[in-house]
Design a protein around this ligand. Sequence first.
Ligand code: GLU
Length: 313
Amino acid sequence: MPISDEDLRNAVTGAHARHKDDPGGKNADYIPYLASVPSHLCGVALATTGGQVFKAGDADYQFAIESISKVFTLALAMEAHGPDALREKIGAAATGMPFNSVMAIELHQGKPLSPLVNAGAIAAASLVPGDTADAMWANILDCQSRFAGRRIALSDAVNTSEQTTNFHNRGIAWLLYSYGRCFSDPMRACDVYTRQCSTLVSAVDLAVMGATLANGGVNPLTKERVIQAANVPHILADMVMEGLYTGSGRWAYTVGLPGKSGVGGGVMAVAPGILAIAAFSPPLDDAGNSVRAQAAVADVARTLGYNLFAPAA
Ligand code: GLU
């Protein structure tokens, strides 16, 4: 039976109601700003490739995009260099390690394996066109904005909080550079990467950004082609392999949609050709994924019967 607007609306409001008070998890605190975001917030949103948007709870609350930005910088680097170069320079595999692992870099002689862990994302940022940090940053912000269909902005508060505490990521950038796997000045790449994590988005924004991927690279609201359709499957494959870090296997096994999380509490999942689901709530599990946002996104996908590996469901 075709899915009606009512079904979509009910799936979103139902998932929000069922999971907004789920216990467990804890705000990220290694970035001071994130520790201060109210833990009770919870929003759920869905955007279709036809441009419909449904939302519930705190779906308009703007929070730090964090690692979900890695998807869009990957898209930008892939547009500039092509999927083969990205796979050769960064890799396209699962690391099986935490998002900021140094050991994962050492185990593979500097190759990050995935553009969706910190090392691979810093390498991807280093591949963004631009002669200066500001030129690269302008391209990244423009890319995030075109995916969202509105002007996305940097949060000075988040950026300052991250830039003054990102010593581990600076170490990763220098390590990559020592192996020839950082393709611009490493501190410039780390600076730009840190800024890309510090923009503010809502669950609605993330749903539209995901729906742009679901729609083959065309933003369903603005109708603008943001990236080539041919690059979308590579990006979604990277999301399946590493989008939820060490939770990626469990997510693929139980939910079956390409997803990406961020330590700001966001989770975005894509049902190719159909829609994207996003949710936000700050408390994270041990892998760095939002407890409630994962549960809410999984609930919507299950209710609507969308699983990439069970297309007839
Ligand atoms: N800016 C964060 C970091 O580099 C992003 C991590 C994440 O969201 O997983 O540590």
